[in-house]
Design a protein around this ligand. Structure first.
Ligand code: PHE
Length: 343
């Protein structure tokens, strides 16, 4: 028994020495020598054959051997744990001097850049910014603006209807009526927003953006309209820009005009952008039809006003020389990145 024990101990110490990893130490040493089916368990089973007078002595020897083996394993375990931790840390080392990956910085969409520029100009002239809903009622989109039920502007092909009374607004003009109902003159407001029409080609999109303008006060005339829009054109394009007012028709303004600006690309000489005419049409406007004032509860005998509606997409295309409107909605980064540093 004595020899057997020292033989097992020697084998165990050897195995401890040879174990190169914690897994090896566990499988090839701990389990093999101290485990349920291990060598020491076999020795303990043999205790019953030891004569009684030797039992105490041999028993102590067994315990001491077991303790010595456990201690050897434990020490090696501490050593291997440290070693493996060190190797792990070394393999995961990171070089903090490597330059960081640059995050791609986003930028405003060209339509937002232009919308902000336009709003800046009008707020600088004393206009307030108001917003209205994109889903409108028939009343605000049409009736309040003097567009009766049978008017051609209501053609089903142009308007997206949800029901007889609900639709996607076809222009930002409903915001005129909404503002006049709530606010007493003097009113000076601009209202930006998305509008929808069933139209889709290189110069028309089913969704586009407008900015509505409305001024209501005593003694507002066509001169005020011309002065404001001329000032706007000069600030938006450049100080040499000229404006031209052509007679037109809108049910909610009387008289109505279509406003052209001298082409900022060729300075009015005629080029591809202005199709050789030297002028580019940018907005519709006019003196608020007295019927519209009265519909909204403003006395047209006391007050008068002017209104205009301009297309943000169109002004963006003109200012940046963008040939196809669809580029504005394709979300192609090669296109969008060109506006990165534009404010
Ligand atoms: N609402 C008109 C349109 O969408 C533009 C406009 C607004 C014209 C205000 C006159 C006055 O075409």
């Amino acid at each position: 028994m004595r020899e057997k024990l020292s033989e097992i101990q020697a084998k165990c110490f050897d195995a401890v020495k040879n174990a190169n990893s914690l897994t090896e130490l566990y499988n090839d040493v701990k389990v093999k020598f101290l485990g349920k089916n291990g060598e020491m368990t076999a020795v303990l089973r043999g205790m019953k054959d030891v004569p009684n007078d030797k039992k105490a002595e041999i028993g102590k020897l067994v315990n001491d051997t077991r303790a010595a083996m456990e201690k050897a394993i434990e020490e090696k375990e501490i050593y291997l744990t440290k070693l493996e931790k060190k190797a792990k840390l070394e393999s995961e080392i990171s070089d903090i001097t490597i330059p960081a990956k640059k995050a791609d910085i986003g930028s405003l969409h060209p339509l937002s850049i232009i919308k902000n520029q336009i709003l800046d100009i009008f707020t600088g002239l004393g206009f307030e910014v108001k917003e209205g809903p994109e889903i409108e009622t028939d009343y605000y989109n049409f009736q309040a603006l003097n567009i009766p039920k049978d008017h051609p502007a209501r053609d089903m092909q142009d308007t997206f209807y949800f029901s007889e009374n609900l639709l996607l607004r076809t222009h930002t003009s409903p915001c005129q009526a909404r503002t006049m109902e709530k606010q007493r003159p003097p009113i000076r407001m601009v209202s930006p927003g998305k509008v929808y029409r069933s139209d889709d080609d290189a110069t028309h999109s089913p969704m586009f953006q407008q900015i509505e303008g409305l001024v209501v006060d005593k003694n507002i005339t066509m001169c005020d309209l011309k002065g404001v829009l001329d000032e706007f054109a000069k600030r938006f394009f450049n100080s040499d820009t000229k404006t031209r007012f052509r007679p037109s028709y809108f049910p909610f303004t009387e008289p109505s005009v279509e406003v052209d600006v001298s082409c900022s690309i060729c300075g009015g000489k005629g080029c591809r952008v202005c199709k050789g005419t030297g002028w580019i049409e940018v907005l519709g406007a006019g003196i608020v039809n007295p019927a519209v004032l009265d519909n909204s509860g403003i006395d047209s005998n006391v007050y008068s006003g002017f209104a205009f509606g301009l297309g943000v997409d169109r002004l963006t295309m003109i200012k940046y020389g963008i040939p196809d409107m669809r580029l504005l909605f394709a979300n192609d980064l090669r296109f969008l990145k060109q506006f990165r540093n534009v404010r």
